[in-house]
Design a protein around this ligand. Structure first.
Ligand SMILES: O=c1ccn([C@H]2C[C@H](O)[C@@H](CO)O2)c(=O)[nH]1
Ligand SMILES: [Zn+2]
Length: 132
């Protein structure tokens, strides 16, 4: 799948965001190795700390469907610069996706920043760090 297609899927996901508090819609589209696209949007809650980001929604949907191998994720929001994922999402993406996987950050103006998972969170805390 071409990256502009995956960005289109992220925009579709963004339209489903539930954001009564921030009004800030985010969409993500996660491409699995077998060609499936998992949509994710941010879902907020009156108990603010329960808000879930678009990126983690997409990853958790895929994982809970038994899909664990991914080749790219696209993220979109109405930001001045390509939307930067929050620290929590960087951490979760780092653990569940390969270090060389493509991360495509974009905005509604069409600015695009393409990086790898390793570049998204260099030196991420990882499962290996739990070993004595
Ligand atoms: O990359 C990001 C950054 C923020 N948000 C969400 C969390 C919250 O619902 C809203 C404002 O922070 O945007 C995401 O979904 N992804
Ligand atoms: Zn996040």
């Amino acid at each position: 799948m071409k990256m502009d297609q995956l960005i289109g899927e992220a925009k579709i996901a963004r339209d489903r965001a539930y954001v009564p508090y921030s009004k800030f819609k985010v969409g993500a589209a996660l491409l699995s190795d077998d060609g499936q696209v998992f949509h994710g949007c941010n879902i907020e809650n009156a108990a603010y700390s329960m808000c879930n980001c678009a990126e983690r929604t997409a990853l958790f949907k895929a994982y809970s469907d038994g899909v664990k191998n991914f080749s790219a994720i696209a993220v979109v929001a109405d930001t001045d610069r390509p939307v930067p994922p929050c620290g929590a999402c960087r951490q979760v993406i780092s653990e569940l996706c390969p270090p060389d996987m493509k991360v495509v950050l974009t905005n509604l103006k069409g600015d695009i920043s393409e990086l790898t998972v390793e570049e998204l969170l260099p030196g991420a805390f990882s499962p290996e760090d739990l070993h004595e």
